[in-house]
Structure formats: structure tokens, C-alpha cells
Design a protein around this ligand. Structure first.
Ligand code: TYM
Length: 329
């Protein structure tokens, strides 16, 4: 069985972008592979988080994993901070990462741009992400397009470690969907839809009410002209809405385009809103049940147990390979 690992930050409410780009694939991969999915709270603190909000969001993201269809019996669902090996291997890999590599990361450039106080964690974040993946010797890492560069660095670090210290880590492959790997903002078709955007009209969260979803979609920016055609270069906004339509309805882009041939934006957006509302409805009702039951704590405890069993072994072999004196008990 191939091993799959991925993570989502509890840094805000999860968006349709997180769902289409990543979570949907978590669910699809769980039956064929040995899966580990985590809430990466250690990553979230690379920008300041209010403690009560971090706690709430962490539990919410874990519950959304299950609500989206992850089966805790199939996939291990856990909090990154519950498995301290992440932080430890993260440090070991930080010492092997070059400043130049970190400074080249576009996510670092975007998040640090124009700020005068930038936490060092924001810079070394990709080394921690590499540790997340390599600890489990994951073969496949389902992510959206924006994580491709971090995955490249992870592969480089794994290769560098193996070259210096002997075969220790599996070199992971990204698993990036052909359609939906980069869902764009509803207000600007050239910017990524982001949960940390200050502008709530730019994204749809998985827990938005039907009315909020209808309102956001009806206000979504559309390109000039009135044809529903998929053309990312010239019609980024309409193309993005068509991608969302296709992903939420299970159709291809071609089918969506054919269905709206000759119709205007108004009719299309109205139907799109209903498609999104309907696709989120089962997830939302399951989410409410899970939160009310409190069972997420047991799921996370079991997930951390299974994750630790793997992470401890990998960390030990990495430390042995590097020459750390073993602790005798
Ligand atoms: P994060 O929390 O920003 O996003 C979680 C996942 O959602 C994907 N995603 C999108 N996909 C399509 N369109 C969008 N607009 C969109 N926005 C986000 C992301 O690509 C990601 O797959 N560094 C990671 C978290 C992480 C991780 C890991 C991932 C930490 N350790 C180990 C995989 C393996 C991040 O910040 O994702």
C-alpha cells in the first residue's frame, strides 16, 4: 500500500478552494492507501493566532475532515502538535536547508511582503512541512497548486539527507488535481481564493449558509462579455466559476460550457449557487452532528496514536543516521 499524507492549517475557516484542491482528494484516496491527514497547528502559528481562536479552528478543521467524508477507521486524523516528532525532525531539516532556498519560496515572499516584523517561523516553515511528509515516508501528498514549490523543496531535502547520511527517507510525489488545483478569489480572478483574506466576499467557506453562498456568488466578479466560455487567459473570473461548477456538480468543464451555451451570466450564477449549496449541505449537517457529539477528541487521540507509532521509528532512524548518541533506558 502506498502511503498518503497531507495537512491543512487551522488559520481560518476552510474555503471551497481547500475542499476542491485538497480535501476532496483526501477522501478519494483513503480507500486505496494508508492515509495520514493532520491539522497543522504548528504551521498556523507562523503568523500570530489568538489562543481561543486557534483552539476553536483546530477542532473545526478536524471535524470538517470527518464531515467531508474521511473515515477515521481508514485514515488517521490527528493534530500536528500532538506528535512532537514533527517539531524535532523539523529542526533537523532546518539545519540542512539553505537560506536561499527558503527566501525563494513564493508563499514566504507573499506573506512577508510589506511587513516590517516577519517571524522567523514564516521563513523556515517549508523545512517543517518537509518533516511532516518525510516522517511518514509518504509516497503521495495531495495538495493544491500553491504547495508545489514546497513539495519540490521536500524532495530536495529528502535527497540531500539520503545522500549525506544514507537511504532514510522516501522521496514523495505531489498529487495535484488536473481541475481545481487553484480556485481563485471571487473578487479577482488572478488571485488565489484564501482563507486568510480579510475580504469575506472573496471566498466561500465550507460552513457558509445557503444565503451567504447565494449572495457571494451573485456578487462575484465576472469578465466583460457575456458568454460562458472557459478561457483562463481572457476570462479568468468566468473560468474560475465554471471550475467550481464542474467540481461541485461532478461534471466536466466541457459539459458545463455546453449546458450554458448561449445563456448569460445571470442564469449561470443562479444555478452555480444552487450547485454549491447542494454540494455543501451533507457536509454541513454532518459537521453539526460531529461537533455536538464531541467524538472528535477520541478520533484525534486514536489518530495521534497511530501517527506517533510511525513517526517515532522514522525520527529514530534519522537521528541514528546523523550521529546522535542514542538515549539508553
Ligand atoms: P493550506 O492550509 O494553506 O491549504 C490546505 C490545502 O488546500 C489547498 N488550497 C487550495 N487548493 C485550490 N485552490 C485554492 N484556492 C486553495 N487554497 C488552498 C492547499 O494547496 C493545501 O493543499 N503548507 C500547507 C499545509 C501543510 C502540508 C503539510 C500540506 C503543512 N504540512 C504536509 C501537505 C503536507 C498549507 O499551508 O496549506
Amino acid at each position: 500500500k502506498q502511503r498518503v499524507l497531507s495537512g491543512i492549517q487551522p488559520s481560518g475557516k476552510l474555503t471551497l478552494g481547500n475542499y476542491i484542491g485538497a480535501m476532496k482528494n483526501f477522501v478519494a484516496l483513503q480507500h486505496e492507501h494508508e492515509c495520514f491527514f493532520m491539522v497543522v497547528d504548528l504551521h498556523a502559528i507562523t503568523v500570530p493566532q489568538e489562543p481561543a481562536a486557534l483552539r476553536e479552528q483546530s477542532e473545526a478543521v478536524a471535524a470538517l475532515f470527518v464531515a467531508a467524508g474521511l473515515d477515521p477507521a481508514q485514515a488517521s486524523i490527528f493534530m500536528q502538535s500532538h506528535v512532537p516528532e514533527h517539531a524535532e525532525l523539523g529542526w533537523l531539516l532546518t539545519t540542512m536547508t539553505y537560506m536561499g532556498e527558503l527566501e525563494r519560496m513564493t508563499q514566504f515572499k507573499d506573506k512577508s511582503e510589506g511587513k516590517d516584523a516577519v517571524g522567523a517561523g514564516l521563513l523556515v516553515y517549508p523545512s517543517l512541512m518537509a518533516a511532516d511528509i518525510l516522517l511518514y515516508n509518504a509516497n503521495l501528498v495531495p495538495v493544491g497548486d500553491d504547495q508545489k514549490q514546497h513539495l519540490e523543496l521536500t524532495r530536495d531535502l529528502a535527497g540531500r539527507f539520503n545522500y549525506r547520511y544514507g537511504e532514510t527517507f522516501v522521496i514523495p510525489e505531489p498529487f495535484i488535481p488536473k481541475v481545481g488545483a487553484r480556485i481563485m478569489s471571487l473578487e479577482d480572478g488572478t488571485k488565489k481564493m484564501s482563507k486568510s483574506s480579510p475580504n469575506a466576499g472573496s471566498f466561500i467557506t465550507l460552513l457558509d449558509t445557503p444565503d451567504e453562498i447565494r449572495k457571494k456568488i451573485s456578487r462575484a466578479k465576472t469578465d466583460l462579455g457575456r458568454e460562458i466560455v472557459y478561457d483562463v487567459q481572457n476570462k479568468p473570473e468566468v473560468s474560475n466559476l465554471m471550475t467550481i461548477f464542474a467540481q461541485c456538480s461532478g461534471q466536466t468543464i466541457e459539459q458545463v460550457q455546453a449546458a450554458y451555451d448561449g445563456l448569460g451570466y445571470g442564469a449561470f450564477k443562479k444555478d452555480l449557487a444552487e450547485v454549491v449549496v447542494q454540494s455543501l449541505e451533507p457536509l454541513q449537517s454532518k459537521y453539526e452532528d460531529i461537533r455536538a457529539s464531541g467524538e472528535i477528541h477520541r478520533i484525534l487521540a486514536e489518530g495521534a496514536e497511530r501517527a506517533s507509532a510511525v513517526a517515532e521509528v522514522t525520527l529514530r532512524s534519522a537521528k541514528d543516521a546523523m550521529g546522535f548518541l542514542p538515549r539508553k533506558r
